[in-house]
Design a protein around this ligand. Sequence first.
Ligand code: 5AD
Length: 369
Amino acid sequence: MMKIKPPKTRDDLIALLSLTEPDDLQELYDAAYAVKAENVGRVVYYRGLIEFSNYCIKDCKYCGIRKSNDEVERFDTPREDILAMARWAYENKYGSLTIQSGERQDEAFIDYVEGLVRDIKELSDGKLGLTLCVGEQTEETYRRWFEAGAHRYLLRIETSNPALYATLHPDDGHHKWQVRKACLESLRRIGYQVGTGDMIGLPGQTLGDLADDILLYRDMDIDMIGMGPYVVHHNTPIGKAVLASGMDSKEEQKRRLEMGLKMIAVTRLFYPTSTSQRRRPLQALHPLGRELGLKAGANVLMPIVTVPKFRPQYLLYDNKPCVDEVPEQCKNCISARVASVGDTIGFGQLGRFAALFPSQVKGFEPTRA
Ligand code: 5AD
């Protein structure tokens, strides 16, 4: 049996991501879980997720709610319903709420989100942490929302490789890797806690690309990392190509799941304190995806709090779990999964702000919220 050493270089990252023997993988996950336990505790934080609208101006070639997917029935959740769900999350002691939608950049949308942020902060007396996940915006817009009370923002880089990014997006001048990167820099300047992440197992993605994603999280001093395997959506250009080339067999899906778990573990070993958010796509590939993610070093889960009737209209990928459940069921189901791993739930807590580098050398900082 090999002994897992903490990765220091790009080559170390690639070496760990290359492991395939079951015993080696178990050792990798165990090492990452031990590092999580030691550095951030065996505590899992919930971030309730409200997917409030699927209108989108973008046309990302992998995503089920892309503008050109005309199979999708578009929806906007009524404001009162969003506020009711936010109140539910607060009353159920979810320390923090994420509101997500397709991307829009018009003035009406910007105003709407700003008002929503104020109202959600107000209904919880400022206690419910609020994270936004509504895409690329100008620095001024990000600033308005920050001043309204949002303190965290999630925006995935998707991949650190600009050439790979270009194959995943239309070449229309509106889907630029450099813009995505600049948005992350704006968010950081304004003072948000910034989350980013990648999709794992994309067509054409190499182990070097994945190692570079991990290095980018460090170089950008990222606070939260949300990663998950790429999952086919049947009515998208990439999904169709993957299906046509036979690259969506059970073995391939298993390979992407395994790569997702390795990425979590290797990221945890490389940045002991990262909050490493685990997202649902893992479960779409494996019924025990979320437990496995926690055992590989993740410490955040995002139970869906979306209004039940809109859930079937917010499908970024096929076979999304929890679509036919109500929030109460999601909470109970996820809590059982956390218990089965032996972790506890950080109810009512924002989650420790766990900066990566360089703040890590100073030790933990209290949450900035
Ligand atoms: N498979 C996995 N993740 C996806 N996302 C969008 N489409 C897919 C898919 N088919 C992810 C992207 C995006 C986030 C909101 O959802 O990383 O940033």
